[in-house]
Design a protein around this ligand. Sequence first.
Ligand code: C6P
Length: 409
Amino acid sequence: MDIERIRKDFPVLSRIVRDKPLVYLDNAATTQKPAVVIDAIANLYRQYNSNVHRGVYLLAEETTQAYEDSREALRRFINAESTQEIVFTRNATEAINLIAYTWAEATIKAGDEIIVSIMEHHSNYVPWFRLAHKKGAAVKIIPSKTDGTFDMDAYKSMLSKKTKLVGIAHMSNVYGTINPVKEITSLAHKAGAAVVVDGAQSAPHIKIDVEDLDCDFFVLSGHKMLGPTGIGALYARKAYLESMEPFLSGGEMILRVTLDNVVYNELPYKFEAGTPNYEGAIGLKAAIEYLESLGRDNIEAYERELTAYGLEQMQKVPGIIIYGPTDPSKKGGIIAFNMEGIHSHDIGTILDNEGIAIRAGHHCAQPLMIDCGVSAMARASFYFYNTKQEIDILVRALKKTKELFGHVA
Ligand code: C6P
């Protein structure tokens, strides 16, 4: 991994902000885009733009082909069996809502139980909470262990015949914990429950094999893996998609409409009503190819090294409190923290003055904030284009923050 060369592929990384070189450490929120992604989108509009699956002219064929090539790229990326199992959505949130409003709506009954972990992003919590409320079902929350890892014993004790669904983040967007989803899935299946894996944070960083994970549903967001915003995906086993009612209806999702009947389209189009975001899909394909060209094992290995270095260096900052595992083998490149006596928004503002972009707030994971007894955290999150030098800049700025607020703490 020649990081200096790789960084040149990302135009925004050479920006100067607040008179300092940009240090972008908010990759869990969204990632920056390489020129190949930007160019793929510009090229679509300059060369061949048309609607997909409709026209019979050359431009329409080209755009349709590019859109479907993206589906195939994503199938390969997560090792799904068939492109019929890949539904394009706006993002991970929409993919989870699709499951909630179709399969879960038809399946979950009064007295049933849905199990989620305390680490879930609101996207994998609120839809289940709402559904349970509507149906008279219950949501059970798996705690995490004191080191921020998944509590397997607690999970096992919650599983029962009542469990219909298990929703689990593959990688926590706060703790960075990588959860043992294969084991979680296997236990859920033994109890007769379906499993939704939220891969929004894992797909950009670790190799995904939905066949091996054996999950029923897997969701991701393109913008977190170098792709454009507004494109994400739902992977679902074909048998599930076949049994599910459409989520949205209108154009594209039908095969035939008569005066008194509607025949739904084949998979996956039954779930893609309206003109899809083919621009986003085409950008996402370029992102996937870029990630594959770097080598996903190389990305994983480099990020593990970066995370280990970040944990080691950040722990040296006086008064810092780090949340989640401090063992780099148990997590991805996400480090959430607070500093004694300093609000995370103040940390974010001071770092911004140094050209450093991090996120501060509740990270759309308020149940976890409550569990940690805080209302907010600061969070640095890395991607393969970050460097140890950038972590040094972050650590220096954190020490400066501590000095500035020293009298308060
Ligand atoms: N987390 C973060 O800063 P969308 O917004 O649909 O692209 O992704 C939702 C989502 C779902 N699951 C997990 C684990 C996530 O981290 C996110 C998005 C961002 O942490 C934005 S809130």
